[in-house]
Design a protein around this ligand. Sequence first.
Ligand code: HEC
Length: 80
Amino acid sequence: MLSPAAATQLAQAAPDGAAAYAQACAECHRTPARFMRRYLDMPPAERAAALDRFLPTHYAPDAAQRAAIVAWLMQYQPPR
Ligand code: HEC
């Protein structure tokens, strides 16, 4: 369960995250669906940490941009 403050932070980061993703990632990953599959098996805290460990050397070197992208990816739900 997210605290209300954390949920608000995520919601505010999400539009920026979507834009940052479109700019930095979408060229190669049109959607996160494929690469998120293995991350979705992780508990959310571990998922965020794993993404934050991987992305500095994978097209998201800027901390603020990366935080926005990770927050946006954390809202990703697989299609049912
Ligand atoms: C120049 C092409 C390119 C760009 C730009 C790119 N990626 Fe990737 N990414 C790849 C390739 C190739 C792989 C490895 C093959 C795969 O898993 O689809 C990969 C793998 C990944 C993975 C899986 C890593 C793992 O642990 O298996 C994640 C997560 C990811 N990318 C996220 C991102 C995000 C977020 C961005 C934007 C900040 C991004 N990528 C930008 C090409 C790219």
